[in-house]
Design a protein around this ligand. Structure first.
Ligand code: ZN
Length: 492
């Protein structure tokens, strides 16, 4: 008996030691010191230029009658006047009338080009909310330390910050070793088909192979976890796919006074019930694990014990992540029934019922595997399943061991020393997917600081960007573009 207790005690001690050693090896690394101070750059003038860009209502629209052509052409003219060096030194091409592609030729043709992308269109202001804006959405008012207006965050701020950075580099006489492309689509907020897709196809036709591509994407989030003091720069290395399925069924009609078994509504409801109760399970693996590995070392000790020992606590962590919709969505393919239609009159048995179910596909799954899951979960010959137009598989997961990612990470740490950099998954769609034929090193990141309330401003009311953050953004892009324009060997 004593022997057994001693044995258990020893095992327990061993177990604790393993946990502690793993946790210690998993310690915080501190941010790089000697933060670079943005130089003599005139941020007030830059803010004025962003303000003017916001004043052009470059709203993307599905219907051509609502499309404000003048706004896009005025924007082009404005960019030409505001950034004279770029328009003298870089080749500009206009794609499908409104999108822009700039080529900054490099001196060394042996290096593959790099590309920076964003979009010049914005979403409309929801009718009826205009009065809720502190400053009119298309005035570009500079007040209280912010530049206000639609597009300040998504993403005129990004377009202009890239342009400011390149203009500044040109002014200082900088010449890139590798060719740098700047691509600004004009319809990202719809589907990016006339803009980014066309730019991507054009470069593919020219046999361009990129070393890397940086698109807008996830921001630097503040107060993301209650026990994490540092902001987190999320760099999306993948984005989810998209699929909508129509489920339908046909049943006997007739008078509601003489029902014949289940109605079409009942049959379809049962199918949807089965599907929604059979979610596609997520896993704490691959990308989720990488995100946690990046954030974990900065967390207080008890969390570090858990995160350093996922071999043991994986199940617990998964249950925790499953409880929050945002983390659950980052971990698995989501299923949402968004449309249900049936019935025409209260005393008529409906002959048909149809529903649409929308899926956001995690990189662990594919369109085909999701369809297979749906068929299996429903398993009912009375239900017809049809794929709707517009589905797309999830993107590849870009490699975080690539020199381009390491450079990106290093530059973020230089400009924002207090942040933790973590690879992440983009749950929405961006233009980046249209460039997948050009490189497998695609990263989606915008050096924009945002807390939870700021995230509501994107596509919402009172969108704004602080002047200080805008200064950081310009500085970030100038550092990154400069470093990425040469050989990346030292980051390998
Ligand atoms: Zn955007």
């Amino acid at each position: 008996m004593i022997y057994t207790i001693a044995g258990v005690g020893l095992l327990f001690l061993l177990f604790v030691a393993v946990l502690l050693i793993r946790t210690m090896r998993y310690t915080r690394h501190h941010g790089e010191k000697n933060r670079l101070v943005p130089g003599d750059f005139d941020i007030d003038e830059a803010a004025e230029r962003l303000s003017e860009a916001i004043s052009y209502e470059t709203v993307s629209s599905q219907s051509s009658k609502d499309f404000n052509e003048d706004a896009f052409l005025q924007m082009h003219r404005f960019l030409e006047n505001a950034f004279p060096h770029i328009h003298r030194k870089l080749a500009k091409e206009i794609i499908n009338d409104y999108s822009l592609l700039y080529t900054w030729p490099g001196k060394n043709q042996a290096l593959k080009p790099g590309m920076y992308t964003c979009h010049i269109d914005v979403v409309p202001v929801e009718p009826g909310t205009e009065k809720d804006w502190k400053h009119p959405p298309f005035e570009g008012k500079i007040a209280e330390g912010y530049i206000w207006g639609r597009g300040a965050m998504d993403v005129q701020g990004g377009v202009l910050a890239i342009m400011e950075a390149v203009e500044h580099l040109l002014e200082s006489g900088f010449e890139p070793e590798r060719t740098i492309y700047l691509g600004f689509g004009h319809d990202e907020e719809i589907d990016g088909h006339k803009g980014a897709y066309a730019i991507g196809k054009l470069l593919e036709e020219r046999n361009v192979e990129l070393e890397f591509l940086l698109d807008e994407g996830t921001p630097i989030v503040h107060e993301i976890l209650p026990d994490l003091p540092n902001p987190v720069a999320l760099v999306a290395v993948a984005e989810k796919g998209y699929l909508s399925l129509e489920l339908s069924t046909i049943a006997e009609g007739g008078h509601s006074s003489v029902p014949q078994g289940l109605t079409s509504i009942a049959v379809l409801s049962e199918a949807i019930h089965k599907l929604e109760n059979n979610p596609i399970k997520g896993k704490v693996d691959g990308l989720v694990k990488r995100t946690m590995e990046a954030i974990g070392p900065q967390m207080p000790l008890p969390y570090r014990v858990v995160m350093a020992n996922l071999w043991l606590f994986g199940g617990l962590v998964k249950r925790e992540l499953d409880r929050m919709p945002a983390t659950k969505a980052a971990m698995s393919t989501t299923i949402a029934t968004t449309i249900f239609e049936s019935g025409i009159k209260e005393n008529v048995l409906p002959t048909q019922a149809r529903a649409i179910v929308n899926f956001r596909i995690h990189p662990n799954d594919t369109i085909d595997s999701v369809k297979e899951h749906v068929e299996k979960a429903i398993n009912d010959p009375r239900i017809e399943i049809m794929e709707l137009h517009g589905s797309i598989n999830p993107s590849l997961v870009s490699d975080v061991e690539q020199p381009a990612y390491k450079l990106l990470r290093k530059t973020i740490k230089k400009v924002f020393p207090e942040v933790v950099v973590a690879p992440s998954l983009m749950v929405g769609a961006t233009d980046a997917r249209h460039y997948s034929g050009l490189t497998s090193n695609i990263y989606r990141f915008l050096p924009l600081r945002a807390d939870e309330s700021d995230l509501d401003r994107v596509h919402g009311t009172n969108e704004r960007l602080s002047k200080h953050n805008y200064h950081e953004m310009i500085f970030f892009y100038s550092q990154l573009i400069k470093r990425s324009a040469g050989s990346l060997e030292k980051y390998a």
